[in-house]
Structures are given as C-alpha cells and as structure tokens.
Design a protein around this ligand. Structure first.
Ligand SMILES: O=C(O)/C=C/C(=O)CC(=O)C(=O)O
Ligand SMILES: [Mg+2]
Length: 227
C-alpha cells in the first residue's frame, strides 16, 4: 500500500472524498449477455462514458426518475475506486492503483438512451442525471482478494432480477484501468463502473431496489419520480 492508499482506506473522510468530488467512469457492454439482451455488438475495445459526480446517491435518499424519462432501468455493477493517480499505466501495474471497491447502480433512462442511439447523440441525458449512480459503502481492497470472482445481484421488491459473476467481464479490471488511463489520468477517488450483467429492467415509483456483492456488502434504495 502506498501512504495515500492506506490513509484513504482507513479514513472516515474517504466516503465524502470519493462520493462527491470525483470522476465517475462507466464501462458499457462489458458482459456478453447484457450486450446481447440490448441487441448490441460486442465491443472490440472498452466502451466508456462519464457521469457527473452529482450523480451519486447514498442509502437513505431516493433514486429519482428524471422528468423526461418513462422507462427507468436498473443496472447493477461492480465499482472500482482508484487510490493513486494512474496515467498511462501498463496493465501489469494497474491494480496497484486500486484503493477498493463499491457496489454501484448505473441507473439508465432507457427510452432516452434509445432515442440518443437512433440519433447518434451522446448518452449524457440517459446516464448522467442526478441520482443515476447509487453507491454502497466503500470496501477496502484487502477485503476482496480477487475482484474477478464476485457474485453481484439485484432484487426489485424482493424479486431477483440480476445475478452476475464478475469473472464474465469481457475486459478485466487491470485492462480497463490501463486503457482508460491512456485516454485521461485517473485520479485518487475516481470510480470506475465495470459494466452490467444481464437482467436489466424497469423500475417504478415506490419500488424498492436491493443489491449486493455476495458476502461483502449490500444496499437498498427507494425509487421516486422527480416531479
Ligand atoms: O447497448 C446498449 O444499448 C446499452 C448499453 C449500456 O447501457 C451499457 C452499459 O451501461 C452497461 O453495459 O453497463
Ligand atoms: Mg452500465
């Protein structure tokens, strides 16, 4: 551990630091079965997009469906928290830049995304609205010996909707960190959402979403309409 990683992992300030101030980088189509259910081709290289840090929401606050959306979808994803600046790092060194993990939802205005795809527009409206990134507590990396051997799951109103194994990712975590870090620097506190397994689906106002990394962490959120 570097000094800064150790300080972050043990610090109460950590949650404030990475939750509100930093970049959220989302990887898409990183599970073949999810790309298939969306009717999308498998990517030859990672596809990624950004959410603003104001997309974060924590347990106790609702997930808000934006006013322009009629079909809000859940996507459960493993989040990787960067602990040390990464700029053009080789894949072999990439994991040294990880402070830990979190469970994340990549909430998606699916109808808006479909419109954006048809028109060739960016996905910001569909993916970057306020509360589009619910996150669990931070999990220090020492608690997860192998992030490619995790089961992530999501239930809506007690019914299982998504269950995936992080071993099924197309691009591994070190590959993603290395790839992204050659495009722009990843900073301490940045969060990478590593893509959703299959089973994405709609949620309505008053639904309760519960999601977790099996045997590690779980979280619950209520859904509400923005206006
Ligand atoms: O291929 C599509 O139409 C949609 C893909 C996504 O929304 C990408 C993701 O965010 C993901 O795979 O997690
Ligand atoms: Mg996603």
């Amino acid at each position: 551990l570097t000094r800064s990683t150790a300080a972050m992992a043990g610090s109460k300030q950590l949650s404030r630091f990475w939750e509100w101030g930093r970049n959220i980088v989302c990887v898409g189509r990183n599970y073949a079965e999810h790309a298939k259910e969306m009717g999308s081709a498998l990517p030859a290289e990672p596809l990624f997009f950004l959410k603003p840090s104001s997309a974060y929401v924590r347990e106790g606050s609702p997930i808000l469906r934006p006013y322009y959306c009629r079909n809000l979808h859940h996507e459960v994803e493993l989040g990787v928290v960067i602990g040390r600046r990464a700029r053009a790092v080789p894949e072999a060194e990439a994991m040294e830049h990880v402070a830990g993990y979190a469970l994340c939802l990549d909430m998606t205005a699916r109808d808006t995304q479909e419109e954006c795809k048809k028109k060739g527009l960016p996905w910001t409206l569909a993916k970057g609205f306020a509360s589009s990134c619910p996150v669990s507590d931070f999990v220090p990396k020492e608690k997860i010996p192998d992030p490619h051997k995790l089961q992530i799951w999501l239930k809506v109103n007690g019914k299982l909707r998504q269950e995936g194994d992080t071993s099924s990712m197309i691009f591994s975590i070190p590959y993603l960190i290395s790839y992204i870090s050659h495009v722009f620097p990843l900073e301490e506190g940045d969060l990478i959402l590593t893509g959703s397994p299959k089973g994405v689906g709609s949620v309505e106002a008053n639904d309760e979403i519960e999601a977790g990394i099996r045997d590690v962490v779980s979280m619950r959120f209520k859904v509400a309409h923005e206006f």
